[in-house]
Design a protein around this ligand. Structure first.
Ligand code: MTE
Ligand code: HPA
Ligand code: MOS
Length: 753
């Protein structure tokens, strides 16, 4: 069972898998196109849609004035209109929604809409916003011990500035939705969203009708990576608005340029740190201020900011910690969830602080990292006491299994022998908390039907986005019912079948929905055993299911799975079950900023080795070797795929993916010619991932720990590996912490004096 392949693999390879744009459209389907603000900040003085609306084939152009309910889609804070009213706050902000009989007609209409905007001052950077007191909400601070006192006791204290850039999600499938009118004013929307309930809720609010009128269906996503946790909502809501008012099916699929321009990305952060150490290299105190570039509206920024604080000390135990995060309001598209959800931005800063301290003291970062790894019963800055701490275990396994000593001495030998090429090596430990940091979101439901022929249909709140959660769900049901996977179908994620879901996010989808599914399947199994016991005239405790057959004390009986289901039907036993799961134990008090927010943590350690071409500033990664804490992986192939994919995204974020806006808030990196994502050559030729040997964790589904986001943060090591190579070449190099570390920046650093 462990080797089961992603159930979508064949469909994907053959091009048979369905995405929103593949749905066979109904007759009279109309096509939507968004007219967006060409300016980053200003007051709309004139909006002339009349000429555009007069084009033949243009059915209607909607503005905020047409919205029957509330012009509001903000999830955490109601600060985001669906369509701009009298003001615009970023380039790409939806102003009007064109609906026409074809996409090309809609484009013609868009070209002749006239807008006049009286410009207001534009802010594109976080600290600039902070200086002007432009914030999304109040800052948050996590506090442990007393840093100001502790710095006085330190033998070394260092301070510096850090920048990490944003990151484009670049899901292969762009944002989109297809809305169709049903009877009595109801609407069915197929959306490419991680959060079907969010979409349902926003549509109901904008239309001013009950959520029961809106059915949201999600087949699967061609990638989400956090970019469709909140930001699939506007497009589905626009399509639904037009469908509601025109009573016609309306499809809206963003083209890549529109998607890049209109949607938010990973948050850029500007940060400051202060780190204090003892002679023995113990980190005694750590302070950091994080300035998060939230963009023009809150979106998920407050939650992302919170996770930055949760991960600001990464895998280390520090006795005195004070970290503050400011969500800064700028004139960029609202930035949003992206794999790691603020965690990577937090972790980069403490790794930078360690690199700085190591450089100044004249030791390796490894010595500082090693001396401070978190241990059993250590208290985290947010009050959770660490249990099942695997930081030391994963670190030591990495050092031992990959023979770190040998690798490091090979790097040194190479550097002694070579002038024009230098190698760098870095270690990157990770510790990532699993659960939505917002405790009330940690719940899920599942609905299971066994049909009378013995086949099974499963619905959960889980959205399949390539992470293979459907395969994991199928594994759970196949295991409990002991039936062949072919007998099980994963239904679409649908708000009518499974309601009030949290988005598929926080790497928790398999844990939450899987646990609910496990409960539902187990409940049906108990009922079936009673039927079988009666039929076979034995005690139900003696019964088990194996290979589609009923066994009595591990001996095959006369009763097959199929016959058992037929019997259960005759006995009028419920063959359907709905279950509800909530994560136990977790809690968090935002007034004290203390609690136990995470079900468990995921650990691991990576060794990254790079070779820098010191004439050109270019680099390759020789190898990335990882010991990763899967718990007891329920599907090693899928989980390895998640580690590799996340790693690629992490390395890309740190080294080459460079989002650029000009001072006017225009996205310059607006195509794949100006925005470079990693390809097969950018990642190490030699990637090795070994599972950490552990007992797993009861809070994880089948003890198989969440794997979606944590490995992204191994990529942070890529930055420091390159930095170490630069140090080997240029003794005058002054350490800088400004990601991504592109070849241009490497070249400058190699030759600065
Ligand atoms: N893997 C693929 N192939 N596509 C995705 O969109 N999203 C990532 C990760 N892995 C993603 C992915 C993100 S941001 C999260 S939070 C998790 O998957 C969500 O799924 P999970 O909770 O099932 O791990
Ligand atoms: N992670 C991911 N998505 C979220 C979270 C989180 O902790 N909280 C709200 N949305
Ligand atoms: Mo993932 S950033 O929690 O969708």
């Amino acid at each position: 069972m462990n080797s089961i392949k992603n159930i979508d693999s064949f469909g994907h390879v053959r091009g048979e898998s369905l995405f929103v744009d593949d749905i066979i459209v109904q007759q009279n389907t109309l096509y939507g196109l968004v007219f967006d603000s060409p300016k980053a900040h200003g007051t709309i003085k004139k909006l002339d849609i009349a000429k555009a609306e007069a084009i033949e084939g243009v059915i209607k152009i909607f503005t905020y004035k047409d919205i029957p309910g509330e012009n509001q889609i903000g999830g955490i804070i109601p600060d985001e209109p669906l369509l701009a009213d009298n003001k615009v706050h970023f380039v790409g902000q939806p102003v009007a929604f064109i609906v026409a009989t074809s996409d090309s007609i809609a484009k013609k209409a868009r070209a002749i809409i006239e807008i006049e905007i009286e410009e207001l001052p534009i802010i594109t950077e976080a600290k600039e916003a902070a200086a002007k007191k432009q914030f999304i909400n109040k800052p948050r601070t996590f506090n442990l011990g007393n840093t100001s006192k502790a710095f006085g006791d330190c033998d070394y204290v260092f301070e510096d500035e850090v920048f990490t850039n944003g990151q484009e999600h670049l899901y292969l499938e762009t944002q989109g939705a297809y809305a169709i009118p049903m009877e009595n004013g109801s609407i069915k929307v197929t959306s490419s969203t991680q959060g079907p309930t969010q979409v349902q809720k926003a549509i109901a609010k904008v239309l001013g009708i009950g959520m029961h009128h809106i059915e949201v269906d999600v087949i699967r996503l061609g990638g989400g990576f956090g970019g469709k946790e909140d930001q699939a909502t506007p497009w589905a809501t626009l399509a639904a608005l037009a469908t509601y008012l025109l009573k016609k099916p309306v499809k809206l699929i963003l083209n890549r340029h529109d998607d890049l321009r209109m949607t938010g990305k990973r948050h850029p952060y500007e940060s400051n740190f202060k780190i204090g150490l003892s002679k023995e290299l113990k980190i005694i105190a750590f302070e950091a201020d994080f300035y998060q570039n939230a963009g023009a509206a809150a979106d998920l920024s407050p939650a992302v900011a919170e996770r930055t604080l949760f991960h600001a000390t990464n895998s280390y135990f520090v006795k005195n910690v004070k970290t503050t995060v400011y969500s800064c309001k700028t004139n960029l598209p609202p930035n949003t969830a992206f794999r790691g959800f603020g965690g990577p931005q937090g972790m980069f800063v403490i790794e930078a602080a360690i690199a700085k301290a190591a450089h100044e003291i004249g030791v390796t970062a490894k010595e500082i990292q090693e001396a401070n790894l978190i241990q059993e019963n250590d208290e985290l800055p947010y009050g959770q006491i660490m249990t099942q701490a695997e930081a030391v275990n994963s670190w030591q396994s990495t050092i031992k299994k990959f023979n770190y000593k040998k690798l490091a001495s090979e790097v040194e030998t190479f550097n002694n022998k070579n002038k024009d090429f230098k190698k760098g090596i870095a270690l990157m430990p990770i510790c990532f908390g699993i659960s939505f940091t917002n405790t009330p979101m940690n719940h899920a439901r599942a609905l299971v039907h066994i049909y009378q022929d013995g086949t099974v249909g499963i619905s959960t709140g889980a959205v399949e986005m390539g992470q293979s959660v459907n395969t994991k769900m199928l594994q759970i049901a196949a295991q409990i019912f002991a039936i062949h996977p072919d007998k099980i179908k994963l239904e679409t994620t649908n708000t009518t079948r499974v309601a009030n879901t949290s988005p598929s996010a926080a790497s928790s989808t398999a844990d939450l929905n899987g646990k609910a599914l496990l409960k539902a399947c187990s409940a049906i199994l108990e009922r079936l055993k009673i039927v079988a016991a009666k039929e076979l005239k034995v005690n139900e405790k003696e019964l088990s299911l194996q290979n589609e057959w009923v066994y009595i004390n591990s001996k095959k009986s006369s009763l097959s799975w199929k016959a058992l289901i037929a019997n259960a039907m005759l006995e009028r036993i419920a063959l359907s079950e709905k279950s509800h799961y909530v994560t136990p134990i977790i809690h968090f008090d935002k007034t004290t900023e203390k609690g136990h927010p995470f079900a468990y943590h995921v650990y691991g350690t990576a060794i990254i080795i790079t070779t820098v071409d010191c004439t050109r500033g270019t680099y390759v990664f020789d190898s990335i070797k990882i010991v990763h804490d899967y718990g007891k992986s329920m599907n090693q192939g899928i989980d390895l795929g998640q580690v590799e994919g996340a790693l690629a995204q992490g390395v890309g974020w740190m080294t080459m993916e460079e989002i650029a806006y000009d001072k006017k808030g225009n996205l310059l990196s607006n195509a794949l010619s100006t925005y470079k994502i990693p390809d097969i050559f950018s990642i190490a030729e030699d990637i090795e991932v070994i599972p950490l040997e552990t007992d797993g964790n009861e809070m994880a589904i089948l003890k198989s720990k969440a794997v979606g986001e944590p490995p992204l943060m191994y990529g942070i090591g890529a930055y420091f590996a390159i930095q170490n190579a630069i140090k080997a070449y240029n003794p005058n190099y002054k350490l800088k912490f400004h990601a991504p570390l592109t070849p241009e920046k490497v070249l400058m650093s190699l030759y600065e004096n």
